[in-house]
Design a binder for this molecule. Structure first.
Ligand code: ATP
Ligand code: ZN
Length: 297
């Protein structure tokens, strides 16, 4: 049962691959926290939003039972638990967050006879993701045995416990170290912001909306730079053709200098030194590139 609260809670991983980036994102969204003595709870001082620090596997369940309204978790964990649930009130993915990238992949021993997914028919596949693995096999009409292991999945083939594995991979170094290689990708994953599916009191809903909007705004600034320069008005058309701008530049007149303009343009991460050098050759001066921290449309 969910008690009546007037503060929102967001669950994030306490320690592990998603922990640091999750808290950094919440800070970029404007949250300021005070740590509790047990280090399981961060009290939000800037907004009525508190952070619960937990194991990543517990996050979807905390949202289902109503202990938290929001969470940050890998899509792999979310989708696995969704497939195992009855589906009612299961948390929804609000948006991908751009960190914690990995993929759930089927992998087989090097030098073996398994070359295509269809070769897995009748074999044993070790995984910590039984639902996603079984779902993929069903979708590809392959009948194979799924062996549930809760750790060290990558050594299962060497131990003779399985013929193949379905596990998380990012660089592939762990697979290579265990003489395994990827056959195919089952799921592309990254950290996602999840929202509880249930409805809340109006005050809570407005805080949830606010935090989601702030996170959207913090991420919209990712890789975006503001280019500022001054140039002769006559060079404007040529300069604008060269800019990797996301939208038309703002052009401002300069007091007492009718032949010159100041220009501001939002550019993507592809704005590089070469662009700046070419802009300078066309007559631009005082070029400045600033990272954009947040954007609100
Ligand atoms: P916890 O103690 O919270 O249960 P854990 O050991 O289950 O931690 P981590 O290894 O920290 O979890 O991984 C958390 C998430 O990071 C994964 O669920 C996945 O979404 C993501 N991730 C990114 N790259 C990898 C990788 N190479 N291997 C495993 N997980 C990865
Ligand atoms: Zn975990």
């Amino acid at each position: 049962m969910s008690e009546t609260r007037d503060r929102v809670r967001i669950a994030v991983q306490k320690s592990g691959r998603l922990a640091q980036d999750s808290l950094a994102l919440l800070r970029r969204a404007g949250l300021v926290f005070r740590e509790s003595r047990d280090k399981l709870f961060l009290y939000g001082e800037s907004l009525p939003i508190d952070v619960l620090l937990v194991r990543d596997d517990d996050i979807p369940g905390l949202l289902v039972e109503g202990s938290c309204e929001l969470g940050i978790v890998g899509r792999n964990v979310l989708d696995e638990q969704r497939a195992a649930s009855t589906g009612i009130d299961f948390p929804l993915e609000h948006r991908a967050l751009g960190f914690g990238h990995c993929r759930l992949a089927l992998a087989v021993p090097d030098g073996g006879a398994l070359a295509r997914p269809a070769d897995l028919a009748g074999l044993r596949i070790a995984t910590s993701y039984p639902q996603l693995t079984a779902g993929w096999l069903r979708a590809h009409d392959i009948v194979a045995e799924v062996v549930l292991l809760n750790g060290s999945v990558e050594i299962a083939p060497r131990l003779g416990k399985a013929d193949a594995i379905c596990d998380l991979v990012s660089s592939g170094a762990t697979l290579a170290a265990n003489q395994l290689h990827e056959l195919t990708t089952v799921l592309r994953s990254e950290a996602v912001l999840v929202r509880a599916a249930r409805t809340h009191a109006a005050a809570i809903t407005s805080q949830i909306e606010r935090l989601c909007a702030r996170i959207d705004a913090a991420l919209a600034g990712n890789g975006v730079r503001l280019l500022m320069l001054q140039a002769p008005r006559s060079a404007l058309a040529a300069l604008e053709r060269l800019l990797p701008a996301r939208e038309p530049a703002s052009v401002l007149g300069l007091d007492g200098r009718p032949d010159d303009v100041a220009l501001q343009a939002l550019c993507g991460a592809d704005l590089d030194w070469q662009h700046l050098e070419e802009l300078k050759r066309l007559g631009a001066r005082g070029l400045m590139v600033l990272n954009v921290e947040r954007m609100l449309a």
